[in-house]
Design a protein. Structure first.
Length: 335
């Protein structure tokens, strides 16, 4: 069967791999350029039906859509790589429009800056600002039915999918090559003709989820230092079981991603200042949250964790222990 469209994904991390598998299962051809990436990334690509191409120019030539799913710090550089590659095609460009979806955890300000790069360097590329809310797509064990204990019905789709909100002047549903189908497969929703709202929505959501995880990191670590971690866990699990489950899952899944979240928290801080009006001394709480994740990533053994090879931080107790060790070592260096 002929493929519906070709989608370039940059890059093939945990989320990128999940989306690649979802698209391949729905008859899309997925390509990427992983030159210079880690062996883990090369292994992920080899184990899936993802075609690896040698250059960004090859990706641009082949792809109908490019999804940028990189650490926030790399979002601008990735966009610049693609505009350079597109310019190398010459004055004729491509016979069909190329859509570029920036799905990175960045602020509306950063999204607008990236949009300006495309407008200036490659105006023929149709740019969309986007944000992913939820974990990587995965094939569900079985289709689910409506959950009668919740106000939110569960999906009957065979894949567990995050929500992908996009904004900009070019809705996916209007794209000439399988656009409406791609929008449905990705569980995507176009929410605005402006650049910025989709990234802003992502930042506001992550404020609550990853902000809460940072609070739990500090609470569990301090309780462990005081010798009352078990008592704290008992009180939270008894009085707020939903929060306890969310906190436990967040803290134990966080270590391999902490390095990415440092910049994401900084982007969230910019979002709340620029678009929320939370400016001035004492208002930028997410700069402090960024420092929590920087401590995890750069001052503890948790920063060495890889998703494929977890060793430390798989329990709340071990996260607290590793944090305690790292903070104690930092204090001794200062003294």
């Amino acid at each position: 069967m002929a493929k519906l469209a070709t989608v370039g994904i940059l890059s093939i991390g945990e989320m990128g791999m999940g989306i690649a598998k979802l698209l391949i299962a729905h008859n899309y051809h997925v390509v990427t350029n992983i030159e210079g990436r880690s062996e883990d990334t090369h292994t992920r690509a080899r184990q899936s039906s993802i075609e690896t191409l040698p250059t960004d120019t090859a990706v641009v030539q082949r792809a109908d859509y490019i999804l940028s799913i990189v650490p926030p710090r790399d979002a601008l550089a990735t966009a610049q790589r693609i505009t350079t590659a597109f310019s190398s095609l010459g004055p004729e460009g491509k016979p069909t429009p190329l859509y570029y979806l920036d799905l990175n955890a960045i602020s509306p300000r950063s999204a607008r800056e990236i949009a300006a790069v495309f407008h200036s360097a490659a105006p023929a590329i149709r740019f969309l600002d986007g944000g992913i809310i939820g974990g990587p797509p995965s094939l569900a064990a079985s289709a689910t039915k409506e959950n009668t204990t919740s106000n939110h019905p569960e999906t009957s789709h065979p894949w567990k999918r995050p929500s992908i909100h996009v904004s900009g002047a070019h809705p996916l549903s209007s794209a000439p090559i399988a656009g409406a189908n791609l929008e449905e497969v990705l569980n995507s929703k176009h929410i605005s003709a402006e650049i910025g709202p989709a990234s802003g929505l992502k930042c506001c959501f992550a404020s609550t989820s990853k902000g809460f995880t940072a609070i739990c990191i500090q609470a569990f670590t301090t309780a462990a230092q005081l010798g009352v971690l078990e008592e704290l866990k008992e009180e939270i699990s008894t009085r707020a079981p939903g929060l306890f489950q969310a906190g436990t899952n967040g803290v134990t899944s966080m270590p391999p991603k902490a390095y990415r979240w440092v910049r994401e928290m900084q982007e969230i801080a910019v979002t709340h200042a620029d678009d929320g009006g939370f400016e001035g001394e004492g208002m930028g709480i997410f700069d402090a949250v960024a420092r929590v994740y920087d401590s995890v990533a750069n001052e503890t053994v948790l920063g060495e964790e890889k998703t494929e090879r977890r060793k430390r931080g798989r329990t709340v107790e071990d996260v607290a222990a590793a944090m305690g060790e790292g903070l104690a070592s930092k204090k001794m260096k200062k003294e």
